[in-house]
Design a binder for this molecule. Structure first.
Ligand code: GDP
Ligand code: MG
Length: 188
């Protein structure tokens, strides 16, 4: 533990409509967004204390992959890697990979999002949490829990079934990611 506030950027990725904005907003603002605006790209900044350590969390809620790609390209352009590496050193990155249990398509698109994470810097491995959202819509389920678990093992990610609507496993997912970012930093 340290007295300093640790900055951390958590990027939320996944197909449109799976609940990225709803999850981010629930985690930071304790509020469920029931309307769907696919174009909203939020960046939430909030100080949170987890396991007694203060963090300045920036939640990058992407729409499409545009914002995330822009961010990545911006830092890559900053020059021959040195500044990008400095940025990565100063700001820890973690990823929340989201699909909806009610959308097989969103599950099948996970690979594309996952490989975009590996492209940040090829030799780096980033902590990922796999989130199967909309677990309150059991009647509309298209992806089984065991399929989710298998995929999480494949990409070496922790796995949570969540409901942004019921605020179920939302804190647990983000907090697990924070813990894994810290763990990865400490073994660098
Ligand atoms: P995004 O495109 O991934 O950011 O998706 P949104 O967060 O905008 O959510 C898309 C729609 O699904 C919205 O109408 C949300 O209210 C709804 N939604 C998000 N999460 C849940 C959930 O856990 N359960 C239910 N029933 N609806 C959800
Ligand atoms: Mg959104």
């Amino acid at each position: 533990m340290s007295n300093r506030i640790i900055p951390m950027k958590l990027v939320v990725l996944g197909e449109g409509g799976v609940g990225k904005s709803a999850l981010s907003c629930q985690f930071i603002r304790n509020h469920f967004i029931s309307e769907y605006d696919p174009t909203i790209e939020n960046s939430f900044r909030e100080q949170k204390t987890i396991d007694g350590q203060a963090y300045m969390l920036e939640i990058v809620d992407t729409a499409g992959q545009d914002e995330y790609n822009a961010m990545r390209d911006r830092y890559i352009r900053l020059g021959e890697g040195a500044r990008f590496r400095l940025y990565l050193f100063l700001t820890s990155l973690g990823f929340v990979l989201v699909y909806s249990i009610t959308s097989r398509v969103s599950f099948e698109k996970l690979d594309a999002f996952h490989s975009s994470i590996q492209r940040v810097r090829e030799d780096d491995v980033y902590p990922v949490v796999l989130v199967a959202n909309k677990s309150d819509l059991e009647a509309d389920r298209e992806v089984t829990t065991s399929e989710g678990i298998s995929y999480s093992k494949k990409v070496k990610a922790a796995f949570f079934e969540t409901s942004a609507k019921l605020r179920m496993n939302v804190d647990e997912s983000f907090m697990q990611l924070v813990r894994e970012v810290v763990k990865m930093k400490s073994t660098e």
